[in-house]
Design a protein around this ligand. Sequence first.
Ligand code: SF4
Ligand code: SF4
Length: 95
Amino acid sequence: MEKKYDEVPIGGTIENVPTSINFKTGDWKSMTPVIDHEKCKKCKICTIFCPDEALIFNEKTQQIEIDYEYCKGCGICARECKFGAIQMKDMRDQK
Ligand code: SF4
Ligand code: SF4
């Protein structure tokens, strides 16, 4: 049976939020996004969807960049890019 919000057991507490600055979520990914700048239309849609704010539009270079220290390899950016400019690659193939 569905529980009401106040019936759900209390979970762990996260202190000193936001913690993602302190925890480099990119350390444990198995897949990694790679941008094809030839295909990128600079629409910045991917930056909105990234849950770790790991996609940044560099105003200087006018290109999308990935902060690999925080990208956790979820693949949302690749799914949301309508131009096929982001491909997910297996980390084992990057070495
Ligand atoms: S969603 Fe795709 S085309 Fe748009 S900025 Fe991101 S990588 Fe480029
Ligand atoms: S794979 Fe996930 S965490 Fe990494 S840049 Fe794309 S949306 Fe962000």
